[in-house]
Design a binder for this molecule. Structure first.
Ligand code: ITT
Length: 199
């Protein structure tokens, strides 16, 4: 059975990705589980560039397929910030309770129609002697007026989806995976990987 290593240090991403890969006939491992501990400089200008940097750097350390995720939140009122800097925005070690409150403060008094935002997720799958595959998914929403919900991670408590009138932190993991940027990117990647694994 082929092994896929999920190339992320972010536990929130690991949880979501592992759950969505349960139906693939592959062994899914984290970097921690296979003893790879490398800090990669994400100096790309786009989500896709960064996902490729992560996957292609790590493929040199293993015979397995590396699956990397680079994602983030674009807030239109803040000129699409934090974007590719989402993990580092307002300080890498600042808690998300504080970061989310700081964003709510920046958008104080801004009407709903100007609070539009989206999560973007780029995925790259790379392995030695194979062409690198990439996909991208997005989910449109808006920055709410208060943090809500305890599921998910990162900016989920302030990212609201119109159709559900609540935040992605206030949704079950099943629902979030069904509609999210990551779910969308991973479903496309699974299709591409299936072709590759069956070839
Ligand atoms: P790795 O590079 O190790 O994967 P990271 O957290 O540094 O972990 P990114 O550079 O891709 O990953 O930054 C993504 C950030 O965007 C993440 O830390 C969150 O703050 C935010 N983010 C991405 N997807 C999210 C989601 O589904 N829900 C909430 N926040 C999300």
């Amino acid at each position: 059975m082929r092994t896929i290593i999920v190339a992320t240090q972010n536990e929130g991403k690991v949880k979501e990705i592992k759950k969505m890969m349960e139906d693939l006939k592959v062994e899914v491992k984290t970097m921690g589980e296979v003893g790879i501990d490398i800090d990669i400089e994400e100096n790309g200008k786009t989500f896709v560039e960064n996902a490729i940097i992560k996957a292609e750097t790590l493929k040199e350390y293993t015979d397995a397929i590396i699956l990397a995720d680079d994602s983030g939140l674009e807030i239109d009122y803040l000129n699409k910030e934090p974007g590719v800097y989402s993990a580092r925005y307002l300080g890498k070690d600042t808690s998300y309770v504080v970061k989310n409150q700081m964003i709510l403060d920046k958008l104080k008094g801004v009407p709903k129609e100007k609070r539009t935002a989206r999560f973007v997720c780029a995925m790259a799958a790379a392995a030695r002697n194979l062409p690198t595959l990439t996909t991208q998914g997005t989910i449109e929403g808006y920055i709410g007026y208060e943090a809500k919900g305890t599921n998910g991670f990162g900016y989920d408590p302030i990212f609201y989806v119109e159709a559900f009138n609540t935040s992605t932190a206030d949704m079950s993991s099943e629902l979030k995976n069904e509609i999210s940027h990551r779910g969308n990117a991973l479903r496309q990647m699974k299709e591409k990987l299936k072709e590759l694994l069956e070839a």
